[in-house]
Design a protein around this ligand. Sequence first.
Ligand code: 9MR
Length: 375
Amino acid sequence: MPKNKGKLVCMVVVFVLALTLSVGCFTRSNAEADDQPAPPPGMPSLKEIYKDYFEIGAAVNLSTINTHRSLIDLHFSSLTAENEMKPEGLQRTEGRFSFQIADRIVNLAVDQGLKMRGHTLVWHAQTPGWFFQDKNGNRIDQKAVITEEDRQLVRERLESHIENVMQYYAGKVYAWDVVNEAISDDGRYILRQDSPWFRILGEEFLEIAFRKAHEVDPDAKLFYNDYNIERPYKLNRTIQMLQSLLDKGVPIHGVGIQGHWSVGDSLAEVEQAIKKYAELGLEIHITELDIGTRDISAQGLARQAEYYRQAFALFKKYSDVITSVTLWGISDAATWRPNDNPLLFDKNREPKPAFWAIVDTDKSWEENKAYYLGE
Ligand code: 9MR
């Protein structure tokens, strides 16, 4: 081969090699870029992360709408009033409805474009005694004989409460816990025997409440809400109660699983329950989620994070039927379980491992935290 031709071939080979390498490099660096986009600046937003799955809600009160306002704004797409919309909050005295306090929460939801869940219309607790007294001030539910007149009076009060409250909040509150905690903890009974509603009106109080609620606001989603109804000791009795209401054509659209759990409680039981409630054709809201741990060592908080991760992975798996997940509070500084540290943010309102764990349930909480905070 002539010397010059050899040199030319050599140059072509070098050129082609260089080109291949640079294309290779280019492609590889692009692939790397796809795998690891630059982390978005700042904290991730739970409501953004879960927007294709379900609403992410928080129970709030008059104090936390101020003290936890920036966390509410960033993370939550739905609010529930922790106490303010219960019967004792709205109608402490017969016929005198006071909506001002609850309105501060409802108006925040409306102004910020958040969903508002109504909690709760009919409950055995946090309901003033006058609901159950006769004209002479005697407790009807404690009488040996309850007359038709007594029953009629209590029925009218039940219906009037639902009518006034739901009419007032129509268009602002999209879903109501119409009846709260009616199932008995005692396996011999379906319904809680110590509820004055049950003692006076019998099991019909459920039907009366749901029918009235639907009549007043036909657009509202009507829920039955209770604790431990995902646990075997209560599940079948709850199904039986709901099925019998549905068979009678009672307008009930969903079931609220409260979710006051502790780290280690069975999630397999929760999954079974979700399937059974979905089979009834009901929508499911997780309405009061908090997952307690007494152990706040690094290891304890990591266990809580892992449990939260698994719980949210489960909720995502069933997001065709689970349309809302509400936490019963925001930080451990303001919770009805102060010794259980059950929420996503700590007493200083800083995100806990549990928060990072649900940011992406396919990854560990450490990975998620490092990714967003660049640590
Ligand atoms: O979190 C609420 C707490 O501030 C009240 O003192 C308590 C009174 O009954 O109710 C708490 O909320 C309950 C909810 O309304 C229904 N499910 C159980 C919740 C925790 O007790």
